[in-house]
Ligand binder design. Structure first.
Ligand SMILES: [Fe+2]
Length: 393
């Protein structure tokens, strides 16, 4: 068997109502003053009410930082950390989508930076960017996803916006939380289009982990296949009947499995071409992936059709589809196209405000995603990326 490394979050509670364990978990982690890092959507939808009363009942002090924006900036992480320092927080709970969880990860590092009483500044973040640059411990960290997509609760990565459209990553096993809680009762109010696009994002994580060129390994393969099985069996119910708790919990679990897969066998071309759509046109991450996925898969066919066949068999198991290496790419690409159509998601770049004169800029930006492109099963040039955008247009 090939050598490989696999890492993930130490403890995961997969439990409807699991958020009620927060006080007990704070006790275990010796958190007496909790900083909750979240966004306004989570705050305004009342998703923190239960957690607030549980913490009060158990006399655990807490403060809420609710200003995490989509694609959070480096300054937001600094502000959240200084807010926590002012209130003498000794533990962090990140609750929300990928943005809130990614910010909470960095805040857990910054809380201990320069001592508890000294404020941090942007320059304190600079040495942390890149791979394995964190040399100090972090505060106790709990992560709670409120969308079933990013898998951030099990990835050692935090992405911050460091310029107008530039994103920088901090990658370190230190960023894996102590505990993740998957509690579907938090996802019941998600609008159907967000359930759809975040669910497709999770499925893309599984596909790209399974076809990843550099770190593909049997552990991630197993997780990717099982993630796709669960996600494909539940996504339609979760989108159509958002109040179905079982489907919602299954989506959270599937997204977590896919997160574990791609944390150890990273994503490639689909994500590389999706990011510029978010940067320039503010297309959501899941929708960006959905728009380019079928076209990247067709591009990858010569190098990935056998792997696509494995995955098509998982997804199509109930439909008695006979997948072969010659038809698997088209079957899988079409499955995702039809899924997007059935969820009323846009399927063309022109439908989300992309200007065709801008495709070359998108392709140039996609080429800058070298950390992702190296994982794509087939080498992708600028001309390839441009052709893919043109087909997706
Ligand atoms: Fe993603």
């Amino acid at each position: 068997m090939q050598s490989f490394e696999f890492q993930t979050t130490n403890r995961i509670f997969n439990e409807i109502g699991g958020l009620s364990r927060t006080a007990e978990i704070c006790g275990e982690l010796e958190i007496s003053n909790l900083l909750i890092v979240t966004d306004e959507g989570v705050f305004n939808h009342g998703l923190l009410e239960d957690i607030k009363s549980i913490l009060k009942q158990n006399k655990i002090a807490f403060e809420i930082f609710k200003d995490v924006e989509a694609d959070p900036s480096d300054q937001t992480a600094i502000n959240a950390a200084n807010f926590g320092k002012e209130h003498k927080a000794n533990g962090v709970l990140g609750i929300g989508g990928g943005s809130a969880m990614d910010t909470a990860k960095v805040v857990s590092i910054l809380l201990l930076n320069k001592g508890a009483n000294t404020q941090v500044h942007l320059e304190d973040l600079s040495p942390l960017y890149g791979v394995n640059q964190i040399t100090k411990p972090r505060s106790p960290l709990i992560l709670v996803p409120t969308t079933a997509g990013t898998g951030s609760e099990v990835t050692p990565i935090s992405i911050l916006t460091t310029g107008e459209t530039t994103k920088s990553g901090i990658v370190s096993s230190v960023l894996l939380p102590d505990i993740a809680i998957l509690d579907a009762s938090l996802t019941l109010g998600l609008p159907s289009h967000i359930t759809a696009s975040t669910g497709i994002d999770a499925m893309v994580h599984a596909i790209e982990a399974y076809t990843s060129k550099v770190k593909k390994n049997p552990y991630s393969d197993m997780l990717a296949k099982h993630a796709l099985l669960i996600l494909s069996n539940n996504i339609e119910t979760a989108v159509i009947n958002g109040k179905n708790l079982t489907a919602r919990q299954n989506m959270l679990f599937g997204a977590c499995l896919a997160g574990q897969a791609f944390a150890n066998s990273p994503v490639g071309g689909v994500h590389a071409l999706a990011y510029p759509l978010g940067g320039h046109f503010h297309v959501s991450h899941g929708l960006s992936n959905s728009l380019v996925l079928p076209h990247v898969m067709r591009f990858n066919e010569s190098h990935a059709s056998r792997m696509y066949c494995d995955l098509a068999e998982v997804i199509m198991a109930d439909n008695m589809v006979n997948c072969t290496v010659t038809n698997s790419t088209e079957i899988l690409a079409n499955y995702f196209l039809q899924l997007a159509v059935s969820f009323d998601l846009p399927i063309k770049l022109r439908q989300v405000g992309v200007d065709d004169n801008f495709l070359s800029v998108l392709a140039e930006d996609a080429m800058k995603q070298t950390r992702l492109l190296v994982n794509n099963p087939k080498e992708m040039t600028y001309e390839d990326a441009l052709r893919i955008y043109q087909k997706a247009y």
